[in-house]
Design a protein. Sequence first.
Length: 250
Amino acid sequence: MTTLILALAAGAVVGLALGGLGGGGSMLAVPALVYLLGFSPARATTASLLIVAATSLTGLVAHARAGRVRWRTGALFAAAGLPAAAAAGALSAHVPSALLTAAFAVLAALAAWRMLAPRRDAGEEERSAAGPARSTAAGAGLGAVTGLLGVGGGFLAVPALVSVLAFTMAEAVGTSLLVITANSLAALVPRLGATAAIDWAVAAPFTGAAILGAWDGKRLADRLSGRTLQKAFAFTLLGVAGLMLVTALH
């Protein structure tokens, strides 16, 4: 019963993050699965990809209904990351758990720092200079991170869509969910044959709560300042990063 309650609570928080911020849910899902629910890092990242893919798809529907998804450009951006996500997903099975944990902690800290940094609106000249090569490179890099560390990459996708492809923030949040869904599924497939089966007794309620939380997150984003949500999430990430880094070092 305790495990079920923890899975439901963690799933709700993950869903709120994905639905409200267009990313970041997996940065909480992996630590929750490891420290609250007893998963190994490898099994946690695999389960996280499943949870994030299902939840992101739900959030995508909600944002699409509000007209916040740029389908064509988002699909091209996602397509660039699919081969990298699949390759890195297969490679992750051969990476030591401690190294995965440390890399995840560093990435979480960098994501928090980026969220807390003052916003800079890229000028039109800088945005217009972003050609297909830069867009493809950004998509491929995002896919590699997704595959290796089991994160959806929304906290990287949103800034990339804004600064590289000149999306508005609302469009970036909605479209990032399309990118996250595609990358997560591409990274999940090679992992399923290389790691232990997913523990559905935990993953199913976790995913269900996350899906419901995604709808609430979208409504919360409509009411609260996006900057307020980002700050709250960033401080949470810093705490998670510190805990995981200490664990990896010991």
